[in-house]
Design a protein around this ligand. Structure first.
Ligand code: HEC
Length: 167
């Protein structure tokens, strides 16, 4: 091989590898978007994305204090519930405090209802939860909600949003 041919073939090689490099990049992007549209529903795509919450870490921090002082005695420090089975009535006919960490059904209630329970408690309905309307400021109640919602995984949080959430 003459040095000229070598030079040309080296140049060619360079061009080819450059091309194939580009090609690969194009193919993988195309592949990814094809895969996305082929087997991913909008819900799944949303699920994969990082789910934005209505609260920030400051609210969770305030909420952990509010919760510890006002709620943990009944609902547990991690909002995990303290009763054996929250669905089973106690001897007096009332229900035990349920977990609020996403394992019971607090996530069935939109924000408005959660805040109403906190404001008025369950006493009016034969329940045992006290009313906090004159005890906590609005931002403290919201922070308490943020605190227990922070135990919800994205799936639960998303279902809550679909069932009303913060709307
Ligand atoms: C004295 C015990 C007690 C305290 C303190 C208490 N709760 Fe409750 N909570 C209950 C009980 C019991 C229920 C079930 C409804 C009822 O019987 O009143 C309940 C229900 C709830 C619900 C509705 C859950 C659902 O799945 O429907 C939320 C939300 C809630 N509590 C939040 C709080 C927050 C936030 C605090 C603190 C600010 C708090 N609770 C303090 C006992 C308590």
């Amino acid at each position: 091989m003459s040095s000229k041919t070598l030079k040309i073939s080296l140049m060619l090689l360079g061009t080819i590898s450059l091309l194939s490099c580009n090609d690969q990049a194009t193919v993988s992007v195309a592949d990814a978007s094809a895969q996305l549209s082929a087997n991913t529903s909008i819900e799944e795509t949303l699920e994969q994305a990082v789910i934005e919450r209505w609260y920030g870490s400051e609210q969770v921090a305030l909420g952990s204090e509010v919760f510890a002082q006002n709620c943990a005695v009944c609902h547990g420090a991690q909002a995990q519930g303290l009763a054996g089975d929250w669905r089973e009535k106690l001897d007096d006919g009332s229900f035990p405090p349920p977990p609020l960490n996403g394992t019971a059904h607090a996530w069935h209630h939109p924000q408005e209802i959660l805040l109403r329970v906190i404001d008025y408690g369950g006493e009016a309905m034969g329940g045992k939860m006290p009313a906090f309307i004159d005890v906590l400021e609005q931002d403290e109640k919201l922070a308490a909600v943020a605190y227990f919602q922070n135990f919800w995984d994205d799936e639960i949080y998303q279902q809550w949003m679909q069932m009303g959430g913060t709307n």
